[in-house]
Ligand binder design. Structure first.
Ligand code: CAA
Length: 260
């Protein structure tokens, strides 16, 4: 696969997607979003990839938002189409069957914060800065920020962040639950890979089913979510991994999962 603005590699079951437009602080122009979509479509079909890590190139920025220069002259129709396209690609990330970790290595502003929020969870470097600065540009978040931020940090916190364009430093992001861990820059990728490996040691089918149950439930009422959970709980018992996982427990050994 050829890419212009991302670096994509798969190693030992972990796919790393690095957004790579350092001159523009990895801002998302159309070509970059198209590259991301191509990689995400590939990941969705892959049987070898078990966990995905999304990060940005360099030590300054994860993604500094959608490309302001590219969209500055858009009219309502073009910008609406752009937002729907970008939001659609970001939703594809959220819907990936595999767990996705965002390794946020610097600015995660606007579309950058929005990409990170489509991941299952976020680790960040000490210099990371999150924010949805769109109202300062006379627009609003358009790649899912008005929806996902409130689900992650609560309504009042999300409204304050979005209405005020305020920057959220790494320690505050940790405090409000936007990130799970803050580490020095040099330790970010090793920490994300460690988390990926911990996930990969579990039953792979069960991990993917758990992701589906959580994501379906968060968008439904609790009764619907619980019904989905008990159905797919039952489904786990049709897998070889369930037989192996429970047998290994009783035999006091580590399970050897096959992902079947
Ligand atoms: N779009 C296009 N170019 C961008 C960019 C963006 N979002 N962010 C940074 N760049 C470019 C700058 O224009 C600059 O390019 P030139 O050298 O050609 O001038 C280069 O990246 C380096 O940036 P700065 O010189 O500004 O670097 P800095 O360290 O002084 O500031 C920053 C860093 C605070 C992140 C600043 O660049 C900034 O505020 N960027 C914009 C952040 C933003 O508003 N993001 C939201 C975009 S809108 C959006 O994302 C909508 C949506 O929901 C889909």
């Amino acid at each position: 696969m050829e890419f212009e603005n991302i670096i994509f590699k798969v190693e030992d079951g972990i796919a790393t997607l690095t957004i790579n437009r350092p001159k523009a602080l990895n801002a998302l122009n159309k070509a970059t979003v198209e590259d991301i979509e191509k990689a995400v479509d590939y990941i969705a079909e892959s049987k070898d990839i078990q966990v995905v890590i999304i990060t940005g190139a360099g030590e300054k920025s994860f993604v500094a938002g959608a490309d302001i220069k590219e969209m500055a002259d858009y009219g309502p129709a073009e910008s609406g189409k752009w937002a729907a396209y970008g939001a659609g690609v970001i939703t594809k990330i959220e819907k990936l069957p595999q767990p996705v970790i965002a390794a946020v290595n610097g600015f995660a502003l606007g579309g950058g914060c929005e990409i990170s929020m489509a991941a299952d969870f976020r680790y960040c470097s000490e210099n990371a800065i999150f924010g949805q600065p769109e109202v300062g540009l006379g627009i609003i978040p358009g790649f899912g920020g008005t929806q996902r931020l409130a689900r992650l940090v609560g309504l009042g916190m999300a409204k304050e962040i979005i209405y005020s364009s305020k920057n959220i430093k790494a320690d505050e992001a940790l405090r409000i639950g936007l990130v799970n861990k803050v580490v020095p820059q040099a330790e970010l990728m090793p920490a994300a890979i460690k988390a990926a490996k911990k996930i990969m040691a579990q039953g792979p089918v069960a991990v993917q089913i758990a992701k589906k149950a959580i994501n379906n439930g968060i968008n439904a009422d609790i009764i619907t979510g619980l019904a989905f959970e008990s159905n797919v709980f039952g489904l786990c018992f049709a897998t070889a991994d369930q037989k192996e996982g429970m047998k290994a427990f009783m035999e006091k050994r580590k399970p050897e999962f096959t992902g079947k």
